[in-house]
Design a protein around this ligand. Structure first.
Ligand SMILES: [Zn+2]
Length: 254
């Protein structure tokens, strides 16, 4: 059956199965991949790809459709798929084409790398970062009735407790040192490490962002003011005492 010419193409000419792809068959023929495989028919590109990648042809057809979509739609679909994955993004992979050669080269580079150089430098180190007193004060202000310590920005529980059983948190000075030369506990904010890093990047290093936060605080009766951290629209929330104190501090500076 494989060596005789019995399978028709669209034009009605007969061929051996090995000479035709599923797509070459007349329209009225049902396309059955398994049968095509058993007959040893030629594989079209999609079928070949699917087999090599170990995925179905439908998935490839979906990918082809996806390819035609505008970038924002693709982004949305990607986000959806990630959410179904439990929100876990893909871990990056890097592999070397020639691991042995790479290891040899890396060993050479290591042998040639210069020793780290150290030179003594003097600089003024601020010893009064957030004092223990300030940290205790913040911890008390931002611990709720369930003994959970809450971040002033994301309002989530601090991510972990230290070995001593206390929550890990960062006491971040709300404004720069130029604005407040004196140490006062209310000028610090209690944040989780992620919010602290974003606050440092987007507020402390941006004079305009800092000014606009100050204005927002001064003009707000609500102890929660909105805050832009990069692309993130968020807010910073205070307990009542802290909110009044920080307003007093800002007023005293003006
Ligand atoms: Zn946070």
């Amino acid at each position: 059956m494989l060596d005789t010419t019995w399978l028709p193409d669209k034009q009605g000419n007969f061929h051996k199965p090995g000479e035709l792809k599923l797509d070459d068959l007349p329209q009225s023929f049902e396309r059955d991949e398994r049968l095509a495989n058993q007959l040893g028919m030629k594989k079209d590109v999609v079928a070949k790809l699917a087999e090599e990648a170990g995925i179905s042809q439908d998935t490839i057809k979906f990918a082809q459709e996806l390819e035609k979509q505008p970038p924002d739609i693709r982004k949305k679909i990607e986000t959806l798929l990630q959410k179904q994955d439990g929100g876990q993004p893909e871990f990056p992979q890097s592999s070397s084409a020639d691991p042995k050669r790479r290891r040899e080269r890396f060993a050479e580079q290591l042998a040639e790398a210069p020793e780290k150089m150290y030179e003594p430098r003097t600089r003024s180190v601020r010893v009064t970062q957030a004092t223990e007193y300030t940290r205790v004060w913040l911890r008390n202000q931002y611990t709720n009735n369930k003994d959970q310590m809450i971040c002033q920005i994301c309002e989530k529980e601090m991510p972990f407790k230290k070995r001593d059983g206390e929550y890990y948190f960062e006491a971040v000075e709300a404004f720069s040192r130029d604005d407040f030369a004196k140490e006062y506990e209310a000028q610090f904010l209690a944040m989780c490490p992620l919010c602290a890093a974003m606050y440092n990047e987007f507020v402390k290093h941006d004079k305009r962002a800092m000014e606009s936060l100050k204005n927002a605080l001064m003009n707000s009766e609500d102890a929660k003011v909105s805050l832009q951290l990069g692309d993130l629209d968020t807010s910073v929330r205070f307990v009542d005492i802290h909110f009044r104190d920080i307003k007093t501090i800002i007023e005293a500076q003006e």
